[in-house]
Write a protein that binds this ligand. Structure first.
Ligand SMILES: [Zn+2]
Length: 341
């Protein structure tokens, strides 16, 4: 077993960030227009949970990526000469992500790829969203988050999270009328009654359950690939503390009773809007009976046993961008790899 390094909780892939969100600028209604005239302003292209990226040439990290940032002026030029739904009243439009010493960062949300419309003369209309996305490589944040540096990981996670909220908040939750974006992408306002809503995030607990013999409890969910095991997790219910949620989820999914619960760290998980709160939880019982619905298998692993299962390809770990991976590696005492890397 390699004792070093253990999980660096300050470096969870999607928790890293360097850009100042500069929230004090969000109420400036001319902000985006002004930023787009600055040559230092760059634009993150978002499509669902995916982002435009390219290879980080010269990085020492295998497979490292950087965001394929587009100069603001280039986006403006495309929008000025093409038809587009990007700036329709209901569309998310521009998201102001923040600033650093190099300039300002905006995100533009591209619609999911659809069949290209062909008009009656057989010409494919050149839409701005198609032109901007054409020839670019898009990668899902879940798969690529750990391959980005801290600046880009923070920009990407914020852009995906806010964009995901916009497409789910097109209607007012009070009256059902259409909403429109406001505060440079950080709120939406009902076009009928003026109520304003803000991006929401759902707290979820995720826990490394460890018994007196230092074994780790991992579960397998019905919809996961065969052999994939991860830490137990679940959403915090209304009127519930996170500690109570840890105990309830573990008991519901495995019947294991939890004693002490210690908070470790958190990571945004904007798929579409979770905030993962990571814990170490001490098991005071060890009999496991899975619920058979959410969790179809759960087992206690020793460190040597897990290492052997990974080496033999019998067990797959949660993805590298997840906090689950960090919780498992902290318990193990060092980095782990499965047959997928
Ligand atoms: Zn309304």
């Amino acid at each position: 077993m390699n004792p070093e390094p253990v999980t660096d909780w300050a470096q969870l892939p999607l928790s890293r960030t360097t850009v100042d969100r500069a929230a004090e600028l969000r109420d400036d209604v001319e902000l985006v227009e002004r930023l787009l005239t600055a040559s230092s302003t760059r634009v993150v292209l978002v499509r669902g949970a995916s982002l435009a990226v390219r290879d980080a040439h010269g990085s020492s990290v295998p497979g490292a990526l950087v965001l394929d940032l587009v100069p603001g002026a280039e986006v403006v030029a495309v929008l000025a000469t093409t038809q587009s739904e990007l700036t329709a009243p209901h569309a998310p439009g521009w998201l102001f992500l923040g600033t650093d010493d190099d300039g300002a960062y905006l995100a533009l949300v591209l619609p999911a790829e659809a069949d290209e419309d062909v008009d009656i003369s057989g010409v494919v209309p050149a839409r701005a969203e198609d032109i901007l996305g054409r020839g670019r490589r898009f990668e899902n944040l879940r798969d690529a988050g750990h391959l980005l540096d801290a600046r880009d990981a923070g920009l990407a996670t914020t852009a995906v999270g806010v964009a995901a909220w916009h497409v789910r908040a097109l209607r007012c939750e009070h009256c059902g009328e259409a909403t429109r974006p406001a505060r440079n992408g950080w709120s939406r306002v009902c076009t009928s009654d003026g109520r304003e809503v803000f991006p929401r995030t759902d707290p979820a607990v995720i826990m490394a359950v460890v018994d007196d013999a230092e074994r780790l409890l991992l579960g397998h969910a019905a919809h996961w690939p065969e052999g994939r095991f991860s830490t137990l997790a679940g959403f915090v219910e209304a009127g519930e503390s996170v500690e109570a949620a840890v105990r309830r989820e573990v008991r519901e999914e495995t019947t294991v009773v939890i004693g002490d619960v210690v908070y470790r760290s958190s990571q945004p998980w904007p798929f579409p809007r979770s905030l993962m709160l990571g814990f170490r939880a001490h098991a005071v019982t060890t009999d496991v009976v899975v619920d058979g619905v959410e969790v179809t298998d759960a087992r206690w692993f020793t460190r040597d046993g897990l290492a052997a299962d990974l080496a033999a390809g019998r067990v797959l770990l949660p993805m590298r961008s997840s906090i689950a991976r960090g919780l498992i590696e902290e318990w193990y005492g060092g980095p782990l790899a499965d047959r997928t890397g």
